[in-house]
Design a protein around this ligand. Sequence first.
Ligand SMILES: Cc1cc2nc3c(=O)[nH]c(=O)nc-3n(C[C@H](O)[C@H](O)[C@H](O)COP(=O)(O)OP(=O)(O)OC[C@H]3O[C@@H](n4cnc5c(N)ncnc54)[C@H](O)[C@@H]3O)c2cc1C
Length: 368
Amino acid sequence: MAKLDQKILVVGAGPVGLTAAIELARRGFKPRIIDKGDGPVIESRALGVNSRTLEILEPCGATKAMLSRGLKMQRLNFWDWPNLIFSIPIRELKHRFNFILALPQDETERVLIDALKQLGVTVGWKRELTKLEQAAAGARATIKRGLKTEIFNADIVIGADGAHSTVRHALGIGFRGAAYEQDFGLLDAVVTGPVSENEANVFRVDTGIFGMFPAGHGRFRMVADQPDVQAAMPDRYAIKKIVWQSRFRISHRQVETYQKGDVFLAGDAAHIHSPVGGRGMNLGIEDAATLAWLIAEGRSSEYTERRLPVGAHVLRQTNAQTKLITSHNPLAKLMRRQVMPRLLKLDFVRSRLLPEMAGLAAPPPEWL
Ligand SMILES: Cc1cc2nc3c(=O)[nH]c(=O)nc-3n(C[C@H](O)[C@H](O)[C@H](O)COP(=O)(O)OP(=O)(O)OC[C@H]3O[C@@H](n4cnc5c(N)ncnc54)[C@H](O)[C@@H]3O)c2cc1C
């Protein structure tokens, strides 16, 4: 068992760093958590919270708060516009959380910040890790706050500082992978048309792919594999009011190790991939909760061997799914139009696919 008075520094107060701090505080540690920003993100970013994440965040009370704010997505429809080609009934999942919870990331982060506060830990905003040097035991962190600089000697450092992780760079750990060719567009808007707040819809349209997901407060998240999302939108919908829009290039990358000495990486700092399947934030939350448990058990040396294969599996899957739905290749077209609808009629296929979507494919970890 680890000593509870260890000085643990969590760098980054996104969903992953917040989960790490919560799960450590719940076990009696007093982690310090810092973030260079001045508060939680203001954009919706990750939208889908899966069943495993809801299980993980239940003991700290966050799940209850999230369920009261989010929408339950119970069906995922695939269209070769204007034809519905197949539908995945998420509610058939044999689990108490038989849905994907649609909750914008800014709201998830606010819930986690509240849960952390209840445990007596507050985030140190506007504090940036600028340098990290490993010592024989622990690491020496240089933290900048405005014009002031502070040195913090930590026994353990958790780098949950996102895709451009300073911690990862300081450790000299590579981030192997590649970028997809196309730019994606993202649009959160109030929409008119035949919309449902309990269903997600993905359309194959002339220009490529268009996805539409409920985001709460009458808004919908729309994504397309081109920057101009509205150009890809089927004409049965119309935009009433744009709330947020963005464009992004997707990469799939993963580190070769999640730890060096007493410094660990979790979430986007360790892996990034396509948003297809909505696994990004959920995978990071699982990393953080696993790491907190291992630290408490004095078994942090097992972290990479437990989490690297899980991350690699998700990267492989999301890469294959992204190629399948965005490809213009005739074979991919045949898979989408002919093979997938038939396969999804089989109970056996659905019973494998649904747990995968919900993050439940692996048995629950022993700490849950
Ligand atoms: C436009 C967009 C849309 C997305 N859509 C989806 C989606 O639909 N589904 C999905 O699953 N995922 C989506 N993602 C990805 C998802 O947002 C991430 O997987 C998730 O935020 C990862 O959480 P994290 O805590 O690891 O990193 P982040 O959320 O990036 O948090 C890292 C934190 O570290 C802080 N930080 C960074 N460097 C330092 C430093 N040196 N010192 C102190 N603090 C530091 C940052 O300020 C930040 O708050 C999207 C991302 C973007 C940008």
